[in-house]
Design a protein around this ligand. Structure first.
Ligand SMILES: C[S@@+](CC[C@H](N)C(=O)[O-])C[C@H]1O[C@@H](n2cnc3c(N)ncnc32)[C@H](O)[C@@H]1O
Length: 247
C-alpha cells in the first residue's frame, strides 16, 4: 500500500491521539499491529485517570508506555522480556517521558513488583505470549489493587472456522496462531477464575484493517501476515479486546 493510500485509510480517523505521533518513529519500533492504535482502541473502553500507576505488560519498545504517560497522564512501568531496558530508556527519554515511564526487564511470570501496587494493567499485542494458561490471570492480578482494571489487546479470531481451515491460514500456520483466540474464549477463560468481572470482550472495530494497514506500512518481514489478512478479507481475523475489573 502506498503512503498516499495509507494516509487516506479509514482506520486513521478512529485514532486521533495516535495520529499526532511521528509515523516513522512508530514504523521503526513497532513489533506487531500498530501499538498506538491498539492502545487508543483499548482506552476507548477502559478509563485511566491522571496519576494512576500502570503496568504496561510486554511493552516491547515502550511506544505504548510513552503514549499512555503522555496522553492519559499516568505513571507507567514499561515491562518487557525481549527488549533491552536501556534501549527503552533511551527512547523514553528522547520522547520526553522520563519523569513518568520506568523501564523494567522481567519475565511476565516472575515480576519484581509489590502485590496490589498497580491501579491498572495494560497489555498490547503481548498477553497471548504468556497469558493463555489457566493460572496466569490469578498471578498477574496479584499486582493489581482491589477494583483495579486489566485491559488487553491481542491478535484474535472472531470464531473458529468450521471444517478444514482455509488455505491462507494453513499456508501461514505456526503455533503462535494457536494463541489467536476469540473474545468469547477469553471471557470464559477469565470469568471462570471468579477473580474478575469482564466489562468488555469484543473485536476492535476495524481491527482487521488496522492490522492489515500496519503490515502494509512496515513491509520488512510482514508480507506473510499481509497476504493472510488480505485473503481473510475481514472474515475471521482481527484484534480481540478485553477489559476486566478485579473483584
Ligand atoms: C509482538 S511483541 C509486542 C510488543 C509491543 N507491545 C507492541 O505492540 O509493539 C510481544 C512482546 O511480548 C513480550 N513477551 C513475550 N513473552 C514474554 C514474557 N514471558 N514476559 C514478558 N514479556 C514477554 C516480548 O518481549 C515482546 O516485546
Amino acid at each position: 500500500m502506498s503512503s498516499h493510500l495509507l494516509r487516506e485509510a479509514p482506520t486513521i480517523d478512529r485514532y486521533p491521539r495516535s495520529n499526532t505521533y511521528d509515523p516513522q518513529w512508530i514504523v521503526d519500533n513497532l513489533m506487531g499491529p500498530h501499538p498506538l492504535w491498539s492502545a487508543e482502541a483499548l482506552l476507548q473502553v477502559m478509563t485511566l485517570r491522571p496519576g494512576m500507576r500502570v503496568l504496561d505488560l510486554g511493552c516491547g519498545t515502550a511506544l505504548t508506555s510513552v503514549f499512555l504517560a503522555r496522553e492519559y497522564d499516568v505513571e507507567v512501568w514499561a515491562t518487557d522480556l525481549w527488549v533491552d531496558p536501556t534501549e527503552n530508556w533511551e527512547r523514553i527519554t528522547a520522547a520526553g517521558a522520563a519523569d513518568q515511564v520506568h523501564p523494567i526487564r522481567s519475565d511476565a511470570h516472575t515480576m519484581p513488583f509489590s502485590h496490589s501496587f498497580f491501579d491498572a494493567i495494560v497489555s498490547i499485542g503481548a498477553y497471548n505470549y504468556f497469558g493463555t494458561g489457566a493460572e496466569y490471570l490469578g498471578y498477574c492480578t496479584e499486582f493489581l489493587r482491589p477494583n483495579g482494571l486489566i485491559g488487553v489487546i491481542v491478535p484474535g479470531i472472531r470464531d473458529t472456522p468450521g471444517g478444514p481451515l482455509p488455505s491462507y491460514l494453513t499456508d501461514r500456520w505456526g503455533t503462535d496462531m494457536c494463541t489467536w483466540l476469540s473474545p468469547d474464549w477469553w471471557r470464559q477463560h477469565w470469568e471462570r477464575t471468579g477473580l474478575v468481572t469482564v466489562e468488555t470482550a469484543d473485536m476492535v472495530p476495524q481491527g482487521w484493517l488496522h492490522w492489515l494497514e500496519t503490515c502494509a506500512r512496515v513491509g520488512r518481514g510482514y508480507e506473510p501476515d499481509e497476504n493472510m489478512l488480505r485473503a481473510d478479507n475481514d472474515t475471521h481475523l482481527g484484534l480481540t479486546r478485553l477489559v476486566a475489573r478485579l473483584s
